[in-house]
Design a protein around this ligand. Structure first.
Ligand code: ATP
Ligand code: LTN
Length: 332
């Protein structure tokens, strides 16, 4: 039998998970668990590049693990782990930082954005963030890294670092491909259809843990369009709010845009918006309930992250040993 290809990704537990994270990232990961050997982790080391409240970080890390499982990432079939529990990430990151140029890191859009946002704390970690991300990826020799469009630049830098290392020492790292979904790659905010859905604009952001009444209210208040046409038609340029609602509805129901247009023919936004809300409520309800149940089962979650860290360390260590040997460190 042919060996399964490897897929790896992570999300920072720096905020509560939302519909954008679910449709843009986690749902796609979960849809592929049978076809790939998958590694999914909480990028907690990355979160401290911005100041975190320690108790919140712990709570969100556990909640994110519970949500990964509730979204369909079965810990038996996937390796689910917390980045900080696998020391090889920080170890490889140091080595790779010596094969990464200052100029390359200076060009990263996320660094430029975040350092503009947090002017009082432009720390070295914020600058070297992509090197840690390269280590996260290269340790597991993945074929694909499924991320939203915003992370593509970091995966490209990872490829450059890996190619540079390989050209000096031989084939140490597999060169990974970014894997960007076509549907759901960018879900926009319900109140700001020009910006991606983000926890920083909570009114327009549907959180996985929101209760049904809150979700219904957010959809009722969703911005549609100003042309008063009151007709459900897919036209992202002229009707971005409606197009966003249609893409959410399509993502959660599997219906095509034509089917959606037909379904709501002759009916206005007053019918369409609550229908999208209901479909999202139906999709998120089992996820929220299962996440709530799992959060209470501390013993189970502990078992998952312990086993996950063990499995991850075993693989990560193989790559790290190879790297240490190649660069000339004395082997035990
Ligand atoms: P913020 O809410 O502050 O913008 P975030 O939710 O984007 O942060 P990330 O950790 O950057 O947090 O994102 C995790 C994953 O979810 C990434 O793969 C990212 O591309 C994806 N993602 C985030 N927001 C969206 C969105 N609105 N639509 C589709 N995918 C998204
Ligand atoms: N930078 C990513 C999170 C992240 C990641 C990774 C994604 C950290 N390490 C490795 C894929 C692979 C983000 O901010 N979404």
């Amino acid at each position: 039998m042919e060996e399964k290809k490897i897929m790896l990704s992570g999300i920072q537990p720096s905020g509560d998970l939302h519909l954008g994270n679910y449709l843009g990232a986690i749902k796609n990961w979960a849809d592929r668990v049978d076809a790939f050997d998958c590694y999914y982790f909480m990028a907690d080391l990355h979160t401290i590049t911005v100041r975190q409240n320690p108790a919140d970080l712990r709570r969100r890390s556990m909640q994110q693990l519970a949500a990964y499982i509730a979204c369909g990432l079965d810990p038996e079939k996937n390796t689910l782990f917390l980045q900080s529990m696998v020391p090889q990430h920080a170890q490889l990151s140091w080595v790779l930082s010596c094969y990464t140029q200052f100029g390359e890191l200076s060009r990263m859009t996320q660094f430029k954005d975040k350092s503009a946002k947090h002017k009082d704390n432009i720390n070295a970690g914020l600058f070297t963030y992509p090197v840690l991300m390269a280590a996260d990826i290269l340790l597991y020799q993945p074929h694909y890294v499924p991320v939203g469009a915003d992370q593509k630049q970091h995966v490209e830098l990872t490829r450059d670092i890996a190619q540079r290392f390989n050209s000096i020492y031989g084939d140490v790292f597999r060169i990974p491909e970014p894997y960007i979904p076509k549907a759901g790659a960018r879900i926009y905010g319900l109140t700001t259809p020009g910006d991606k859905m983000s926890k920083s604009i909570p009114e327009g952001c549907v959180f996985i843990m929101d209760d049904p009444a809150t979700i219904a209210r957010k959809f009722k208040r969703a911005v549609t369009d100003s042309d008063r046409e009151n007709c459900v038609r897919f036209d992202p340029e002229n009707k971005p709010g409606v197009a966003n609602l249609m893409s959410i509805y399509s993502s959660v129901t599997g219906k095509s845009y034509e089917e959606i247009e037909k379904e709501f023919e002759g009916q206005g936004y007053g019918v369409f918006k609550p229908a999208v809300g209901e479909a999202v409520i139906d999709t998120l309800r089992p996820i929220r309930e299962e996440t709530e149940r799992l959060i209470k089962d501390k013993a189970y979650l502990e078992q998952v992250y312990r086993e996950g860290a063990q499995k991850a360390s075993y693989i990560a260590n193989k790559t790290l040993r190879k790297v240490y040997k190649k660069v000339g460190f004395v082997q035990i």
